[in-house]
Design a protein around this ligand. Structure first.
Ligand SMILES: [Zn+2]
Ligand SMILES: [Zn+2]
Length: 172
């Protein structure tokens, strides 16, 4: 395994104004908590491409790209799922540029790659993590996995027999 990069000293690249650099990094990603479940990142160290350009007015424009898969239960059918996520994130950090041009991931020219990659992955997540886009989920009545159930899986609209028993009880 190549060496992982958690933080990167942008100043040490000694870029001159207007100059750009593309770096290939290995970024470690922690498991995520989502919808009360834990999702492991596969692979836990992902290859990422970081584009850095030194802006003419000082500071940096940054772009980070990587692909990762999350491994955990499908939010509809609870079977194992491994949705793949493509992440592309941008940051600008310009000293004296005010809040809008100040990146929370850059301090003293050091880029916190680890935190940026984690947050960018969270922002790129779909609303639901599914085993497949067309997952049918579980039957709301009996809990059967509808992906593997018969095509004609259905329930009679008969009252539940337990209710029939209850109605036999004399409440007085
Ligand atoms: Zn599913
Ligand atoms: Zn059912």
């Amino acid at each position: 395994m190549r060496e992982r990069t958690d933080s990167l000293d942008l100043g040490r690249l000694r870029l001159t104004s207007g100059e750009g650099r593309r770096l290939e990094l290995d970024v470690a990603l922690d498991a995520l908590q989502f919808g009360g479940e834990t999702y492991e990142i596969q692979p836990p160290v992902v290859p990422a491409v970081l584009d850095i350009s030194c802006m003419t007015r000082g500071g940096y424009a940054l772009r980070l790209r990587f692909d990762a898969s999350l491994r955990g239960p499908c939010m509809r059918c609870l079977e194992p799922a491994e949705p793949a996520i493509s992440v592309e994130a941008r940051e600008v950090d310009q000293p004296g540029g005010g809040d809008e041009l100040s990146s929370p991931y850059v301090a003293d020219d050091v880029l916190n790659v680890h935190d940026w990659a984690r947050d960018a992955l969270v922002l790129a997540l779909p609303a639901q993590l599914l085993c497949k886009e067309e997952c049918l989920g579980l039957c709301p009545i009996c809990g059967t996995d509808l992906n593997t159930a018969d095509d004609d899986h259905a329930h009679e609209r008969e009252p539940d027999p337990r209710w029939a028993k209850l109605s036999e009880l004399k409440l007085d």
